[in-house]
Design a protein around this ligand. Structure first.
Ligand code: TK8
Length: 345
């Protein structure tokens, strides 16, 4: 063989060998490359006692086992890496690999997440699971990649209850005049305004000091969050409004995801779903315990009767109709069809 042909053959073979051995060209990984040693920074907003953190540790445990320790999940709690919005932006930029925010602050990225801000959408966790794990939940996750995000599934934040420092909220009219911290979603801002309250959206990490300094009168969150953040220390009244079910969404940076092999993606996807089941159960078990603990710590707890929930729904219906149009009537109709199936109607 002529010398030039030898040189050409060598120049073609060596790079191909390098790609096969290391399994990655510059920046990328071939689909069937072996599992690489990777550091995966996973930040959440709640503290290490919360079921969200328990779920993240379960995720880490599963990924560690399935990757023989090569995929190293590093949990960061209590918004150490920033609040939901900041961490979501970090994922888009490829500066952080995983975060698990409430869906509400994502409305600015994918507006359809806003349907989960609708008060009294779900009657119980079973309905929430059916919608989130079904075609409607998937359709919304499928809108994330164009924004630099991959959604691997939904975990549970839960049914939200109102706390405040002024008075019990035992009827729809009692919301009037209350300065309430809300999630950063226009749906909640409009809903609380329609109820006569003064909504103030802010990141979760600022809530305790805003309550303590009386910048706001109240806030609303699921019971495990109220307990684990010691809101009882600055909020005498707890009203069991259960007005919204908020999901968490398990997000991965697309910049990071696109560098993974099929095997590595499968490990993260399976772990997110398995840990999500564990986290939902842990959160539901915690709700009753947190209620008992908050009562024992002296919170004045009141029920919110069904007829008052009905009045709230009637008051805010025009707002929900407007948002249903904005978020997509087809999606909303599909959600209602799915709900009727779950309810056996
Ligand atoms: C934590 C938040 C929080 C949410 C809120 O990252 O902001 O009130 O309910 O749990 O996602």
């Amino acid at each position: 063989m002529k010398k030039w042909m030898n040189r050409l053959a060598v120049s073609l073979v060596i790079p191909a060998l390098i790609v096969t051995v290391t399994g990655c060209q510059s920046g990328g990984t071939s689909a069937n490359a072996p599992i690489q040693n990777r550091i995966i920074k996973a930040g959440i907003g709640l503290n290490e006692d919360h079921p969200q953190a328990q779920g993240l540790r379960k995720f880490k445990e599963i990924v560690d086992a399935k990757s023989n320790g090569k995929l190293k999940v590093q949990p960061y709690y209590s918004a150490q890496l920033g609040d939901d919005l900041k961490m979501t932006e970090a994922l888009k930029a490829g500066l952080q690999e995983i975060t698990i925010p409430s869906t509400s602050p994502l409305v600015g990225t994918v507006k359809e997440f806003g349907i989960f801000d609708f008060p009294y959408l779900f009657n119980d966790p079973k309905e929430a699971d059916a919608i989130l794990d079904g075609p409607v939940g998937k359709k919304i996750l499928d809108k994330l990649p164009e924004h630099g995000l991959i959604g691997l599934g939904y975990w549970e934040n839960g049914f939200r209850n109102l706390t405040n420092s002024k008075h019990p909220v035992a009827q729809a009219a009692d919301f009037r005049g209350l300065k309430i911290r809300t999630l950063q979603t226009k749906v909640h801002i409009d809903v609380f305004k329609a109820l006569g309250a003064n909504p103030t959206p802010m990141p979760f990490s600022e809530v305790f000091s805003a309550l303590e300094s009386k910048t706001v009168d109240g806030q609303e969150n699921p019971l495990p969050t109220i307990e684990s953040n010691k809101f009882n220390e600055v909020q005498p009244y707890l009203s069991l409004t259960e007005h919204v079910y908020t999901p968490f969404v398990f997000l991965v940076s697309k910049k990071f995801w696109d560098r993974l092999s099929e095997e590595e993606k499968k490990i993260l996807q399976e772990a997110a779903v398995e840990a999500g089941k564990f986290q939902r159960e842990a959160n539901r078990a915690q709700v009753e315990k947190s209620l008992a603990n908050l009562k024992a710590k002296g919170m004045k707890v009141n029920e919110f009767p069904d007829e008052e929930k009905k009045k709230v729904k009637e008051t805010i219906q025009p707002i929900l109709d407007r948002y249903a149009k904005e978020f997509g009537p087809d999606l909303f109709e599909e959600l209602n069809r799915e709900l009727q199936k779950v309810r056996g109607q």
